[in-house]
Write a protein that binds this ligand. Sequence first.
Ligand SMILES: [Zn+2]
Length: 339
Amino acid sequence: MSQLPASFLALPKAELHVHLEGSLEPATVVELAARHGVTVSEAEVAARYQYADFRGFLDAFKWVTSFLRTPQDYALAAERLFAQLRAQNVVYAEVTLSVGVMLWRKLEASAIFDAVDEAARRALPHGLRVAWVVDCVRQFGPGAAMDVARHAAQWTKRGVVALGMGGDELALPAADFRAVYDFARAAGLHSLVHAGEIGGPQAVRDAVEILGAERIGHGIAAVADDAVMAVLIERGVALEVCPTSNLRTGALAGLLAKQDARIEEHPARHLHERGVTITLSTDDPPMFGCTLAGEYAAALQMGFSVADLVRVARNGFACAFLPDEEKTRVVATFDESTR
Ligand SMILES: [Zn+2]
């Protein structure tokens, strides 16, 4: 397997697509379950992190989030994730927080946000700047999504930069959420949508044209439609590509219409060569057994050169939902580090 040079690994990185709830290492799940009187072993968690398809992955996600109940639980998850990110030279992360799941479970979303926000403040002096993407769950419908957007709108001064939407992409059409995204935009939030992961290229187009998505979570299905790629290029919409996630959930097999899809066949390089802006991310690292460095190494296997990957890593900063002035500064810092 190809190796990334140490000079590349040493570059500062941005991670734009990682879910807090999907970042729980088995040992942390065991610890959280014990807090709530449930005994599970690391082996049992590891077994839960094996699944056959996308629905199986969503079930595993639902199970693991059932042990996140209190603000202290979420703070522990955040601290562990931030430590993992710092160990990989991640200096800027946009972490997705599923407020949709919190509200559905009737948890105290405001107290939880206070706790994770506090954890983010503690990470800053250690060189990690964290921003939050507040996520709604598509299959819970537009009413629940609007509740999530209202929470996100209250936290724009406290590091929440975008409204996102995850869950079952095939459950409801984008048009159902138009008012939710209009509300979020008016509140000063950026727009993010998981689309074109298990859905087709039209889902990517709809996320951009109907919901005003400025970046797309996954979006790999765009590769099947020249016109959709043209829309992404014209509007400067980046795809947050998570190759190992796509392999493990079966999204890649679905896209390629073959069971034995290999990571080398991932369309990331084709998208990049066509001029679509991509970033590389981990999505739910312990659930997929991946790391950010591992995703870049996988991209080498797809035929990216190291110079290409420097560009992709730079995209992580250039596509960040940071104020313009701060973005210019982090991109300049990245460029200096490559010299
Ligand atoms: Zn995701």
